[in-house]
Design a protein around this ligand. Structure first.
Ligand SMILES: [Zn+2]
Length: 131
């Protein structure tokens, strides 16, 4: 069971006094919270986050074993967006891995991609390295 806690204003963090269904401590906090929620920047960030999460899910789906090679069409079919990633990793051989969170990919020849999984920050293996 979760212990009952005093509700806090999501805008300023102050405990909310008064009616149990009150969501904010004041009209001012409600307005500024809602304005932030609807700002263009917030919407843009939400869109980007959704694309990144979708990319990550696609990579994870296609790569159940932790390392696999797939054709670009397979990624595109699922709606993968190659313009968005969270980080890159350049190997000693100057190959660039693109990561969406812990899921990554490396472009190889003939429109194929090697999908890799970054195990909690460990360096990905070279694509021709024997495991
Ligand atoms: Zn408040």
């Amino acid at each position: 069971m979760i212990m009952s806690e005093k509700k806090k204003c999501p805008e300023c963090g102050e405990p909310i006094l008064g009616r149990a269904d009150k969501k904010f401590c004041s009209d001012m906090c409600r307005n500024s919270f809602n304005n932030k929620q609807n700002s263009d920047v917030t919407n843009f960030m939400r869109t980007v986050n959704n694309i990144l999460r979708k990319n990550r899910r696609i990579l994870e789906e296609l790569n159940p074993t932790g390392k696999i090679s797939v054709h670009r069409d397979k990624l595109s079919e699922k709606g993968f967006n190659f313009n968005y990633f969270t980080s890159t990793y350049v190997t000693k051989k100057s190959h660039t891995y693109y990561f969406c969170y812990e899921q990554g990919y490396l472009a190889v020849e003939n429109n194929y991609y090697i999908l890799v999984e970054d195990n909690k920050g460990k360096e990905p293996k070279e694509e021709n390295e024997k495991a």
